[in-house]
Design a binder for this molecule. Structure first.
Ligand SMILES: NC(=O)c1ccc[n+]([C@@H]2O[C@H](COP(=O)([O-])OP(=O)(O)OC[C@H]3O[C@@H](n4cnc5c(N)ncnc54)[C@H](O)[C@@H]3O)[C@@H](O)[C@H]2O)c1
Length: 392
């Protein structure tokens, strides 16, 4: 059996999404993996996470404090997005590889500086867009790169998730445009529903660890919930540098829990669908239907672990290579976030809004959000073109 080198891990931010990493590492036997420390600033952290005491895991306020007496082979960053850049810099310069939650930082300029620092330090930064690590997606990308589907023609996706007051109140940056002079641009497009857009750019990348660059990004941005700063509904139209149009539709202003994901990736020789109803209800797997009538089901491929990104980052640390989702793979999405941030945000007229829920979690939905976004998705339209009536 292969000798498994021990890997020391630093977890930065465990109180939000980062709990998933803590659980994976403490509840499963990953073999020769040690949590060397945790950085977390929330009060009563030991009470909140008894496993820290049980397993003698020391807690620090900052990575700098951790690195005074400790080292880590891999640092996992799951903190608010405006902290990623400086925390990644610290970890790389102190000799750690990094797995950072998406988005990798808040600007394309910052992302390029981090690539430079990867080169200088010889350590990697992997970004936590989990679809990029999913084995079915990777096989699909290999098939795309092998030419199985011919040239890409058009990519589109829709993914919406209901989010209410509890989501926006959970921290000080949710729904914000700026935090401490830093453009966080938090929105469904940049955060909760980022994945389905990013994966389209990933799939069109010219190498496994690259995404397709975008030459154009435009769209329509709407704010239904007047309590937040940024937009909570977006229709996005992009184009890759090779001229492939990309359409994406997302919102938090839904009445039901979620809508989608659905996607349709059209190529010269066939179309890949996710969430398509072929007659027996939606198929929540990627299925390619070729022009010659044959089909390929990617559902046959086991996706890997739920937190496969963590396993891949650990293996890459051992093997001294780089996980598939590089900073380059994160840049087109980041670029789209930046481009969209220059567009106006249109407030949705009160007549189109419905509030529901209770004091603990109150939701703001756009009455016809589902119909409009579905029509836009089916016909590659923007809400105005579809007669949404959101901005009267
Ligand atoms: N991949 C996914 O599906 C997914 C899902 C949700 C969130 N995320 C990403 O995870 C990251 C965190 O999001 P969240 O929703 O958990 O945010 P959050 O603000 O709710 O939680 C962040 C955690 O970091 C801690 N923290 C804040 N400042 C810190 C500091 N200086 N040092 C150490 N810890 C600090 C907070 O106390 C909190 O526990 C974001 O990048 C987000 O986009 C990814």
């Amino acid at each position: 059996m292969k000798d498994r080198k021990s890997v020391k891990i630093l977890l930065i931010g465990i109180g939000g999404y980062g709990i998933n990493y803590l659980k994976e590492l403490t509840e499963k036997d990953l073999g020769a993996v040690v949590i060397e420390g945790v950085c977390e600033v929330m009060p009563e952290v030991y009470e909140q996470f008894p496993v820290l005491k049980e397993k003698n895991i020391p807690v620090f306020q900052t990575p700098e404090e951790f690195y005074k007496k400790h080292m880590a082979d891999l640092a996992v960053v799951s903190t608010p997005i405006h902290l990623h850049y400086s925390q990644i810099k610290t970890c790389l310069s102190k000799g750690s590889n990094v797995l950072c939650e998406k988005p990798v930082c808040t600007s394309v300029k910052g992302a390029k500086e981090l690539i430079e620092l990867e080169r200088e330090t010889g350590h990697f930064v992997a970004v936590g867009y989990q679809l990029n690590y999913s084995r079915d997606v990777l096989q699909m990308k290999k098939d795309i790169l092998s030419g199985l589907f011919g040239r890409p023609v058009q990519m589109k996706a829709l993914h919406a998730m209901k989010r209410g007051s509890a989501y926006y109140k959970r921290n000080s940056w949710a729904g914000k445009i700026m935090v401490n002079d830093c453009g966080v641009h938090d929105s469904p497009f940049n955060n909760a529903c980022a994945h389905q857009f990013q994966v389209m750019t990933f799939l069109l990348g010219s190498k496994m660890d690259e995404a397709a660059m975008l030459s154009k990004v435009t769209g329509e941005l709407y704010r239904a919930n007047p309590g937040i700063e940024n937009y909570d509904t977006a229709s996005v139209k992009g184009e890759t540098a090779d001229g492939v149009p990309i359409y994406y539709y997302t919102t938090h202003n839904l009445e039901r829990k979620s809508f989608g994901p659905v996607s349709e990736y059209r190529f010269e020789l066939g179309t890949i669908y996710y969430g398509k109803d072929f007659g027996d209800g939606p198929v929540n797997e990627y299925v390619a239907v070729m022009n010659n009538g044959t089909s390929i089901s990617y559902g046959r491929i086991s996706k890997g672990e739920r937190m496969q990104k963590l396993y891949d980052a650990i293996e890459s640390t051992r093997d001294r290579n780089h996980p598939v989702c590089t900073i380059s793979c994160a840049i087109p999405h980041l670029e789209a976030v930046e481009e969209l941030s220059m567009l106006p945000i249109v407030p949705v007229s009160e007549g189109m809004i419905k509030w529901f829920g209770d004091e603990d979690d109150r939701y703001c939905c756009i009455k016809n959000a589902e119909e409009v976004l579905e029509q836009c998705y089916l016909n590659q339209l923007m809400p105005k073109e579809s007669g949404a009536g959101w901005s009267k």
